[in-house]
Each structure stands twice: as C-alpha cells, then as structure tokens.
Write a protein that binds this ligand. Structure first.
Ligand code: BGC
Length: 828
C-alpha cells in the first residue's frame, strides 16, 4: 500500500517526514525529499557538513542563464535562446572537525541518527550522535529553515556538544559558488549516461557568475555576481552568532567564489557550542549588485533585531494558516496522511512566495527541466491554490499576464493573432528546442485560461480580470480564432490542425480532441467574461477594448467558432479518437514491453513511438475531467476503458487524472491504484528521477485526486458540486475549501456529506448529486448519501476492437533489433 516506501527507515508520522537511519546509497533521492524552500529560494537536503552529495543545490526561482540553442538543422521560428536555472551560492555548509578529524556522515561511526522535516514547523532538523575513532561522543544537532514570511531569508543552526571529554572543535561555515567549479564535494552530478534524458537540466560549460563586490566586515560576509549572458544580478550575505561558554577564536576569509567563517573552539566536556547562521539572498533582472547587497543587509539587520527564535515562530504561524486552509485528511490512515501532507507541503514550498514568478515543474527543489514553467502549474497546481490559498494562485496567474508581450511576439512569429504562450520558459521566450513535443502543444494557451477561470470562479475576483488579467483570455481566444479554420461539407466545422495534445507520444496531429475541447472552452470563456466585464465594470471593459483594439465582431466570431468546434468521434468504437488519425495506427503492446524499456522515450526514437497508439499521459481522459460537463457518464466510461490500457503513465501527471476519472466511473480499484502511485511518486522514487527534484504537478495532483476524485468535487459553470466516491476502506475524508471568500470544511463518510462553515459572512451554495444546498455563516449542512456512485469492477470495453474500416486492432511491438541496456537480456 505504501509502494515500496521503506517504513523501517521512514516511520509513519502524520506531520513529518522522519528518517531514523542514514544511508549514503540514495543521497540523490533524499536530497530532494528533504529539500526546503518557499517558492522563491530553495535548498536541497544536503548534509550540513557538505561532502557526499548528488547535487549541492540552492536555487532561486527564475534566476537563470541563457545560451544560444544550436540547431544542427535550423528553420524559421525555432526557439533560439535556451534558459536554464543555475545553482546559486551554497550557504548550507557548516563543516565540523573534532581534534582535526572531519565529520562526514557516510564515513562516521554514527550511534544515533534522526533527520526530520516537520510540516507544521517548516524546519529541517538532524540529530546525530557520533563516536570518533578515539572514542569521543559528539552530539550534533542542526536545523535549517527557509522562511515563508521573509522570502529572502534562511536560518541555520548547529549545536555541538562533546559528551564525554574535552576536544578541539572547529566549525567552518562557508558560502560557496558551486556553479562555477567549486563543487569538490559532489559525487559527479548528471552522469554522462543520462545526458540524453530530456528531463534533466542543460549544463553550461562557461563561467556563469561574473563576480561583483565581495567582502567581510565583522560577522558579515557578502558575495555578489551578475550572470554572464542573461545579465541578472544576485547578492548573498551571511551573518554568524556563536553562543558558548567555551573559549574560541574566529578566522574569516573571503574570495570571489567563497567565504569562510571558521570557529576554533576549545570545547570542555558537556559544554555546547551554538552557532547560528542567517543568510539573505536578493536577486534581480537588472538592479545593480550594490543595491542588492543593501537589501541583504536590511534583511539580516532586521532578523538580528527580531532574533532567530522569532523567525521560527513566524514560520510556525505561517504554516498553521496554510494547514488551516489547505489540509486534506484521510481519517484513520496516518501512513497515507503523512504522504498527503508531504505532497501538499511541497506545493507550498514551490508556490507560497513565488510572488509573481512562475511555479516551475520542480519548484525550487532541483534543476530538473531546467527550472522551466510548463502547463503543469495551470492544470495541476493552480486549482489547489485557487481553493486554498487564492493569493498564491493570483500571483502565479499575474506572471502569465506579465509574459503576454513575449507571447504576442511569439504568435506573430508563428503566423497567428493574439498571444501564443511558450511551451516551456523562464523569461517568456520559447525554450523548447523540440517543436513537435513543445511549441506544438498549443493547448497550454487554453490551460492558462482554464486556470484563470478556475481562480475567478472560486474567488469571485472580477477586479483581477478588470486589472488586466482578462487580456490573457482575450489574446488566447484570438490565437485560437486564427489557428483554427472553417471547413464545410454541408455542415460548417471549425477545425484545428497541426498541434500536439498533452500526450507527447503522438505529435503534430489534426483535431486533437483535448485541444479542440479546451480551445472551445477558451473561446467561450473569453466571450463570456468580455460580456460580464462590460456589464459589471464598464470603464475597465472600455479600457480593455481600447488597449487590445477589440472589436465586437471578434467576440461574435469566437462564439461561432466555439459552437462549430469539431469534436472527433468514432461510431464503430464508440470512443472519442485522440485525434483524427489516432485510431488508424497500430496498437503498442504494452503488456509485452520489457520493464527495462520503460519509459519508452528513453529507449525508442520518437518516430517509432509516434507510429503507434500509445500514450505518455492521459489526453482524452484529461478532457473528460477538465470539461466533464461536456461528456456523458457513458462516454467517460468508454473513453477511459479504451485509453487506459494504452497509457504508459511515463509522465507522472497521468496517474492523477486516471485516478479521478476511474473514481467517477466507479472503478474504485483503479482509482485507488493510481492515487497511491501519485502519492508515492517521489517518496518511493517511482519514476527513478526524483533526484532531479520534486514532481510538483503530481504533488498538486494529490489534492485534485482526493478532492475531485474521491470527494467528487466539480465547479463547472461556476457551481460548486459534489458527487463523492469514498473508497470502502476509508472511514472518512475531510478537506477545507475557500469559496468566494468563505471557508468550509467538507467531511465525507459512507453515509453523509457534511459542509461546515469555518469562516466568512457569505453563505456558500453547493449541490450534492444535483440537489442544491446552502450553508450559512457558522452553520453546518448534512446531506445523506446513499452509496458512493456507480460501482464497476472490470473494464467493460469489448475486445477485439475494430476500426471504422473493419480492420482488427492487434497489439504489436516495433519489429527489428531490440536495443536493451548492456547486460540485460531481451525477456520478451
Ligand atoms: C510531461 C509534460 C510536463 C513536463 C514537465 C513531461 O514529462 O510530458 O506534460 O509538462 O513533463 O512536468
């Protein structure tokens, strides 16, 4: 049930990830699992003493370097400028020496060990009892916190006590620019063998950080830089405070790429040494480093004045509020609860203080996917934020608004009107060098509008639209209107050709169902909010019309296109084809594909994969969820049954949606299986690449699967509705929602759904299986449930499948020599 999660090493604790025995065999994984961050600044869970690591990573959201993309065969409009997140100076290091022997967890005789990341405290702690080769017992307690309330601040403490003797202790606290070659500690991150894995970050061979001022004064050390190509600026400053009864000396030195504060303590038996390090990071696109240094100084001065204990208190309060708004509880299942909270905590760590920056695929926990923003944020993360921490959702959407000028330019390059958002980016420019599975994913534009709609519906925040966010919907609608075209064979149809849907194992196709359904939504929603704004905020609407030169005729055209949108359907198979030609392809025989050839993208040329009916991730099935009111239960069941066996889930995003639709159609077993997979994607490293960072979309998907899957929540047309699917094995599911400014607690059991108002003066209207209810301030509404929806125990789709032309679909595999990793036999 816990998908290989080692429970002896990571015991069940509903409020913390605890590790009670250390291992150096999987540091790459645990560095990610114990990473801390606030959405702006992130630090991997490296050991405080440095030494063995997969990647000594410290990341700042959006701080990137650019480079020219060299296409071997270039063509007009290909992405030109690559962008990659870089590793900012590492302030985590506090090396310890006892009688001149270095402490290194992997080589030390460790008698007691515990590392924990507490989700209510937001602090990573480690306690170690080390027996030195000479028999001295040294207790080392460390903590590390990246502040949620002050996003530029990190606090670290180290407490060392020699329990049974006197000893010479040295703590060397450092700040190291590892990006430019000072990573003598690392174990060789990004091994060549994996260089072809598209999920990893680019490596930049040239020096990235050009040093600016660097200095030390008293206990403060400062390093500052500008990035070589992108010309961004960064300053980092550290401060140290030591508390001890022991005598000590301190030596400091600074160079452009490193600063050290070295404390040499003559430690007496039992007398502790407490070293506190406060660190501030400030970054900018253009501000001179001189000014950033001043900002760092102000952050550190304020922290010193308030004291470190106050920072830990503020962190607790911040998180108390987060959990009060966001917790989702599987009552009676502490093992699952721990994993749920770890995932939700990861979303907070990725989003809370992004403050108008994007939310990257790995948040700030690793360099995977080069720190890029994809559609992941809008489809998997923003729904959770909109319903729990709306301000964070608003900030993330604001970022898309800021990127509109670049998106307009991109639309022009691609011969379209309006705005075309890049598939992957940091600075707004398209960074995807492989257009077929990148730029061609036009659906990202509708996904962004979908998230905007979700936020506006959940909050009622029309002011946000009025203040300019409406431009997102208008400009993307314009893009669809020019990308699509009219075709007539008696009946007028609006078609969209040459696009890629979410499933990247099938590219550049005509009438991808997901794209068409989402584009239809985008066109309708844009028309709807233009009308709504005109009615409720005429001045803002007029200024928008002028700003965007929007003519009434355009809006009418959007509605016409939406009404005539072509939605492919196969009568013979009674399913929605993923695209016009999808069903003509051969069917990939997944059941007989050796495990060593998964994920397919690492073992087969894209063309080989494209030739088959095989999915990287849910595509039609995702449309069934996002636009669920457009499909009947029967259609959902047929489509799910058809596509589920073809779906590899080589992308972690897929399981979320498969779980939700399986729940809706009554397949509790599959819903649970996919949910558990999502829950443990990172904790059990189920895709083998958690080393590169947390899968943030999948983490956000945990909430979606709980609330929309088992909780059966939807908000089609702005109406909050529930049709629960509580699994038999769970006694109770509880979650909190913020709806139009009021907060409610929803409790689902086998026999009832109870909605209780926690906060707010406005009543909340919702429906349960079609019946409308209203819960008022401080009140509670109990709705009796008879059963948990349809129950289905097996795939009902008939086999063998026959295409429209009568041909039978038989699963097959690519023929020809099979390339297996060396040393492995073909087990087919
Ligand atoms: C998925 C994309 C996703 C990206 C970043 C890929 O594996 O196929 O849909 O946006 O990962 O998470």
């Amino acid at each position: 049930m816990n998908r290989g999660f080692d429970r002896d090493r990571f015991p069940v604790d509903p409020w913390a990830l605890r590790e009670v025995s250390s291992s150096t065999s999987d540091v790459a994984l645990t560095e990610t699992l114990f990473a801390i961050g606030n959405g702006y600044l992130g630090m991997r869970g490296n050991n405080v003493e440095g030494r063995k690591a997969h990647e000594h990573g410290t990341f700042i959201n959006g701080l990137h370097e650019t480079f020219k993309i060299h296409h071997a065969e270039d063509a007009y409009g290909f992405a030109e400028v690559g962008q990659t997140i870089v590793n900012v100076p590492d302030s985590k290091v506090m090396r310890l020496y006892v009688d001149d022997e270095p402490f290194s967890i992997g080589d030390a005789d460790v008698l007691e060990y515990e590392r924990s990341l507490n989700f209510r405290e937001g602090v990573l702690r480690r306690t170690v009892l080390w027996q030195t080769p000479s028999g001295k017992l040294v207790q080392i307690v460390t903590s590390r916190m990246v502040s949620f309330s002050d996003r530029h601040l990190a606090v670290m403490t180290m407490n060392v006590t020699v329990l049974n003797a006197d000893a010479a202790l040295v703590i060397s606290s450092q700040l190291i620019n590892r990006q430019d070659g000072h990573d003598s500690d690392a174990d060789g991150v990004h091994p060549d063998a994996a260089a072809r894995d598209p999920r990893r970050a680019e490596r930049i061979a040239d020096r990235v950080f050009r040093p600016g001022e660097y200095w030390q004064e008293g206990s403060r050390s400062v390093l500052s830089y500008r990035t070589n190509n992108s010309r961004m600026s960064i300053a980092v400053a550290t401060d140290h405070t030591i508390e001890t009864e022991n005598e000590y000396d301190v030596e400091r030195f600074v160079e452009p790429d490193i600063s050290k504060d070295v404390y040499a303590v003559r430690a007496r038996q039992g007398a502790s040494v407490n070293l506190t390090k406060t660190v501030s990071y400030h970054t900018s696109r253009s501000t001179p480093t001189r000014e950033l240094i001043d900002r760092c100084a102000r952050t550190l001065d304020r922290t010193a004045a308030e004291g470190v204990a106050a920072q830990f208190d503020k962190q607790r309060l911040y998180l108390a509020d987060f959990w009060e708004r966001s917790d989702a509880e599987i009552v009676g299942r502490d093992d699952l609860q721990q994993a749920v909270r770890w995932n939700l905590f990861q979303v907070a760590q990725a989003a809370a203080r992004a403050d108008g920056l994007g939310i990257a695929a790995k948040g700030v926990t690793g360099s995977g996917y080069s720190g890029h923003y994809f559609w992941d944020t809008e489809i998997y993360v923003i729904p959770f934020l909109a319903y729990t921490n709306p301000m964070w959702a608003r900030n993330a959407l604001r970022q898309r608004q800021y990127l509109l000028p670049a998106a307009r330019k991109r639309a022009q390059t691609l011969s379209e009107g309006g705005a075309l958002f890049p598939w992957r980016t940091i600075n707004g420019e398209e960074a995807s060098a492989y257009y077929a599975a990148g730029t061609a994913q036009y659906h990202i534009n509708a996904d962004i509008t979908y998230a905007l709609a979700k936020y506006v519906r959940a909050t009622g925040d029309l002011d946000f639209l009025a203040s300019g966010a409406i431009d997102i919907a208008v400009e993307t609608a314009r893009m669809w209107a020019t990308l699509g075209f009219w075709r007539s064979n008696g009946e007028d149809k609006f078609e969209i050709h040459g696009v890629t849907g979410p499933d990247e194992y099938t590219t550049v196709v005509n009438n991808n169902l997901f794209t068409n359904v989402m584009a239809r939504f985008n066109l309708r929603y844009a028309a709807q909010i233009v009308a709504e704004l005109t009615e409720t905020r005429p001045a803002a609407a007029a200024s928008m019309r002028e700003r965007l030169a929007l003519a009434d005729g355009e809006v009418v055209e959007w509605e016409r296109a939406a009404a005539a949108m072509f939605i492919p359907y196969s009568d013979a198979l009674a399913v929605h084809p993923q695209d016009e030609h999808f069903l003509e392809r051969e069917v990939w025989d997944l059941a007989n594909t050796p495990a060593v050839q998964r994920p397919l993208m690492l073992h087969f040329h894209p063309l080989v994969i494209y030739r088959f009916q095989v999915l990287k991730q849910a595509d039609v099935v995702l449309a069934l969820f996002l636009q669920g009111d457009e499909f009947s239960l029967q259609e959902k069941t047929s489509d799910f049954d058809y596509y589920d066996p073809l779906t590899t889930s080589d992308s972690t995003l897929s399981n979320v949606v498969q779980s939700i639709i399986a729940a809706e159609i009554g397949d509790e077993r599959l819903a649970m299986e996919y949910f558990i997979h999502t829950l443990f994607v990172d904790l059990s490293d189920l895709h083998g690449n958690t080393a590169d960072g947390v899968h943030i979309a999948s983490a956000g998907g945990v909430w979606n699967a709980l609330v929309s899957g088992f909780g059966g929540m939807r908000d089609h047309d702005g109406l909050l509705s529930f049709d629960p699917r509580l699994p038999e094995e769970w006694p109770e599911l509880r979650f909190r929602l913020t709806w139009q400014g009021s907060r409610i607690l929803v409790t689902i059991t086998a026999t009832s759904l109870v909605a209780r108002m926690l906060e707010g003066d406005e009543s909340v209207t919702f429906s349960v299986r079609g019946d409308v209810h209203v819960v008022g301030p401080e009140a509670e509404v109990r709705v009796a449930l008879s059963g948990q929806g349809p129950v289905r125990r097996a795939n009902t789709h008939r086999a063998p499948h026959r295409r429209e032309d009568g041909s039978v679909m038989t699963p097959s595999l690519p023929t020809g020599p099979i390339m297996l990793p060396t040393g492995l036999e073909d087990t087919r």
